[in-house]
Design a protein around this ligand. Structure first.
Ligand code: ADP
Length: 509
């Protein structure tokens, strides 16, 4: 008793340990993946920041250089500054203290006509939106705005020189920014993909990476220049994040299958243990059944033998009756012992069958003949119908007789109330069907599949004084299978039972 408990405790412990290990393994791999992912995203974020700072630095440097070189006294030099040094600037405007453009203080790379339109736009729409008077001297301010769908970037500064206050407004060349500066910063061969988008998410520059899941994209806005645009960075397709997900999946599959193997092993072990325990229970039940079965005829034989030996018979007819009882019981005993011995041989796996060409009809007749006294005793009528087109078969006649004897024996034991047994041997298709029908109490449906198990006895008979060992039908099944056939039962409680034994015609061995 102690050993099974120990085994169950051990199995539970192995299961808990395996589950714990699997959980630990999985959460470790998950955490690792999350950490790696966070690291990759952090790196991408740093990179985005670096790129934005680089671009803004260059733009602001370029602005500052222009701011520093323009003096209210040398307005005429603006053209030189723009043409040769600062391609990132499209227009320069110098305003006096009264916020009017000083003479010669407007310059744009546009042609004359477009320049005039821009000048008007600047005066009417842009200047009112710049905090020119509020801004401290020498501090750069900026305005990133849209007009009629076109983006503009203005930077401006208040300057004081020799006591005179003036203002410089620069218009950035955004075409130059997008077509020349961005490609310099966002290398085409980089392991990352870059995008610059506007507030609506429309692409300003870069590759479309719509397929990339948004969780793998880092987004950051520009601060001091094109502040209505945002930079987006994504990992290239075969990059770390996709590989990460794949590795996590592989980890999950490996851990899952290892756990499944362990659980399957434990389940097989548990089922095995359960079967062993059940088999042990059945075996001890079997031993007590068989001993009981042996004891009853033996005590009858010994009792009537003693009566005969002591001459305690009233007449010779009574003596014959006693001798007949002894004979019947010894036949019964011999059959039981045969059954047990055959069963034991089969259990050992010994080759017990001897096949030869034989006739199933002969087998049936012999079994009926051997049971005739018991049939008479139970007052049961037997009808035998054998089809006359039976082909010769390769069979073990003795084994098959034993099978039919067992079926008849059961019908006599359990179905004597029906008073009738029908035996039918038919040829259907490529099979010979031998059926034994009785009109007894039948077998409950839930037990019909179990009665062919060794040592199994139906619940209803266990309580009755009907003798049995539970190996009869197991033996029948074994014999049927040895002939490459099968056995089955049809029964409805109260309606009797029909046992079918099928043997294929082609079962020549
Ligand atoms: P045993 O007869 O020694 O118990 P068997 O293997 O021959 O063992 O039969 C198994 C069980 O099947 C029996 O215990 C009985 O409950 C049931 N059984 C077999 N044949 C019949 C039948 N003809 N009618 C009702 N029950 C039957």
């Amino acid at each position: 008793m102690r050993r099974p408990i120990l085994v169950y405790v051990l199995i539970t412990a192995v299961f808990i340990a395996a589950s714990g290990l699997a959980y630990y393994g999985y959460s470790y791999s998950r955490e690792l993946a999350i950490r790696e992912r966070a690291l990759i995203l952090d790196t991408m974020r740093e990179l985005a920041e670096e790129k934005i700072m680089g671009i803004e630095h260059e733009l602001i440097e370029s602005d500052n250089a222009v701011f520093n070189r323009i003096q209210i006294y040398n307005i005429s030099k603006i053209k030189d500054i723009l043409d040769w040094e600062r391609p990132a600037i499209e227009s320069v405007v110098v305003l006096g203290d009264d916020l009017d453009i000083v003479p010669g203080g407007f310059f744009s790379k546009r042609d004359r006509e477009k320049g005039e339109i821009f000048r008007k736009f600047l005066l009417e729409k842009v200047l009112p939106r710049l905090y020119l008077r509020q801004i401290k001297p020498d501090v750069r301010g900026h305005l990133h705005t849209y007009s009629e769908g076109r983006p503009y970037l203005f930077s401006y500064m208040r300057r004081v020189s020799r006591g005179r206050t003036f203002y410089i407004v620069l218009e950035a060349d955004l075409v130059y920014l997008v077509s020349t500066m961005f490609p310099q910063f966002f290398g085409v061969r980089s392991p990352r993909l870059y995008q610059v988008v506007d507030e609506a998410g429309d692409l300003i520059y870069g590759f479309d990476f719509a397929q990339t899941p948004s969780t793998n994209v880092v987004e950051m806005g520009f601060l001091d220049t094109v502040s209505r645009w945002r930079l987006r960075v994504a990992q290239r397709k075969a990059g770390g994040l996709a590989a990460d997900n794949q590795r996590q999946l592989v980890d999950l599959v490996l851990i899952g299958s290892a756990l499944a193997v362990i659980v399957a092993g434990l389940v097989v072990l548990l089922v095995g243990l359960h079967r062993e325990r059940r088999a042990n229970e059945l075996k001890s039940e079997f031993i007590s059944n068989v001993s009981h079965e042996l004891k009853t005829p033996l005590s009858i034989i010994s009792m009537f033998g003693e009566l005969l030996a002591l001459g305690r018979t009233k007449s010779s007819a009574q003596a014959t009756e006693y001798a007949e009882i002894i004979w019947k019981e010894s036949v019964r005993l011999a059959r039981l012992i045969d059954n047990v011995l055959d069963f034991a041989k089969i259990e050992r796996g010994a080759e017990v069958y001897e096949f030869a060409t034989g006739d199933v009809a002969d087998v049936v007749c012999r079994a009926v003949e051997l049971s005739s006294r018991r049939l008479q005793g139970a007052d049961i009528e037997v009808s035998v119908r054998v089809a006359d087109d039976l082909p010769p078969l390769s069979i073990d006649s003795n084994a098959l007789t034993l099978a039919v004897l067992n079926l008849l024996d059961n019908a006599i034991k359990y179905a004597s109330s029906g008073k009738q047994i029908d035996i039918l041997v038919a040829h259907s298709g490529d099979q010979i069907e031998l059926s034994v029908r009785d009109y007894g109490p039948g077998i409950p449906v839930e037990e019909q599949s179990r009665i062919f198990e060794r040592f199994y006895r139906a619940r209803s008979v266990r309580l009755k004084p009907i003798r049995g060992s539970g190996i009869g039908l197991a033996l029948v099944k074994h014999i049927a299978e040895a002939h490459a056939g099968d056995v089955s039962v049809d029964s409805e409680p109260g309606q009797g039972a029909v046992f079918h034994l099928w043997i294929p015609v082609t079962s020549h061995r």
